[in-house]
Ligand binder design. Structure first.
Ligand SMILES: NC(=O)c1ccc[n+]([C@@H]2O[C@H](COP(=O)([O-])OP(=O)(O)OC[C@H]3O[C@@H](n4cnc5c(N)ncnc54)[C@H](O)[C@@H]3O)[C@@H](O)[C@H]2O)c1
Length: 174
């Protein structure tokens, strides 16, 4: 019940699916959570249902200002940020030749670019807080197993895994 007592978390993709389930579990374990999602209506209603330990923040993980604002909201409302969960995802399916360039870019931008931006601004807030922190990134089986029509998704998730390993590198290991 108290594994996350007094901890403040930011969860992207919190309005639906895995993000909503992780958010519920964090709150059940004692955390306070900023729910960050592109779907403004869904994230508002999810946060309202969770009560005063939840704060909705509508925004786009690919937009630097939105990401910064979500992290700032966590610190302003709850005093700090202890953990971030990069769960927002998108998979625009289309083959390399027949899918659109816009769809390829959208998938890579949300999955990989969003993970980078949220990690960047969360890490800055954690460093400023002086108490460390943890960042959890969600990959996919498709980082390792090809998905027909899913080259953008598979490549972006493989990128998330490489990015995560780099993120975990300490200055002493450089
Ligand atoms: N569901 C699966 O079987 C599965 C398997 C492997 C990995 N994953 C990964 O788990 C994560 C969650 O998957 P899910 O099935 O719960 O997905 P979902 O579609 O139910 O939820 C994704 C959420 O992300 C939000 N989102 C999308 N683009 C966004 C953006 N630009 N900014 C902010 N929020 C945005 C959506 O509004 C939605 O609420 C994704 O990263 C997905 O790739 C899912």
């Amino acid at each position: 019940m108290s594994r996350f007592a007094n901890k403040v978390a930011l969860v992207t993709g919190a309005a639906s699916g895995i993000g909503a389930a992780v958010t519920q579990q964090l709150i059940d374990d004692g955390a306070t959570v900023v729910l960050f999602d592109l779907n403004a209506a869904a994230v508002e209603s999810a946060a309202t249902a969770l009560g005063d330990k939840a704060l909705a923040h509508a925004g786009d993980v690919t937009n630097e200002d939105d990401v910064k604002a979500a992290v700032d909201a966590a610190v302003a409302k709850f005093g700090k940020l202890d953990s971030a969960f990069n769960i927002a995802g998108l998979a625009k399916i289309g083959t390399i030749t027949d899918g659109s360039v816009a769809d390829w870019n959208a998938t890579v931008s949300v999955v990989l670019g969003g993970t980078y931006l949220v990690t960047r601004y969360s890490a800055l807030a954690m460093r400023a807080g002086g108490n460390g922190g943890a960042i959890v990134n969600v990959s996919s089986l498709n980082a390792h197993v090809p998905l027909y029509g899913g080259s953008s998704y598979a490549a972006a998730k493989a990128g998330v895994e490489a990015f995560t390993k780099n993120s975990a590198r300490s200055p002493e290991q450089k």
